[in-house]
Design a protein. Sequence first.
Length: 241
Amino acid sequence: MCNLYHVSPKGDFTTYIARHVAQWAIPDYDLRTVGPNQDGVFFRASDSQVLGQVGQWGLIRPGQPERIDYLPSKVPGKRGRPRSTNNARIEGIDRKVTFRSAWAAGQRCLVPALWYQEPNWQTGKNIWWQLKRADGDPWMLAGLWSEWIDPKTGEVVPNFTMLTMNCDSHPLLNRLHKPDPELPPDAQDKRSLIHVEPSNWDQWLHGSIDDATALLQPPPVEAFDQADAIKTNQLLAAMAS
């Protein structure tokens, strides 16, 4: 699960987009590092065009009476911690109340990120990896978008989530996240965000559910900048010596 990412600066992102497609509607933004329920940028289909929007990173359940969802609390009269909706597991997404309407309606989006952060526990302590592309370009992360209307004010709140999938067999990404000691190594259900290549943007944004599902796979190892992996390898080697 990703809970922190860095938005590509608008100028850099505009240049990147221009290398691959006709001009998209890129909104004004001055965002940097984004956490759950904070504002980020996402791009979605709007008829035959692609529209960029600034919205909340965390999908808001349709019909929800308040902007942030809460888990039930065991303490009478108190609400629990916010329910995490900034990531959505692709497995069973068509049955999950918060995500199923957006998935069925084809409300897919792309989220530009210069890097995203995940934890590595191989040394016995958490080391944060900032996952960047080896070529320096931004990731275009697969997500879902929606619009929620505040029942009290009528405000329309754009919002989005990033999709995740299992990456237990991925030689780089399966090194991330704290392992569950009660599960075997091949059944940890490590999670990965999903990058969509420029040649597949139109298929992801405008295609059918089957078209979109065919694109769901973790990025290959060679797509990643290896700097943090190399540093962790050096620490592991020092610990073993």
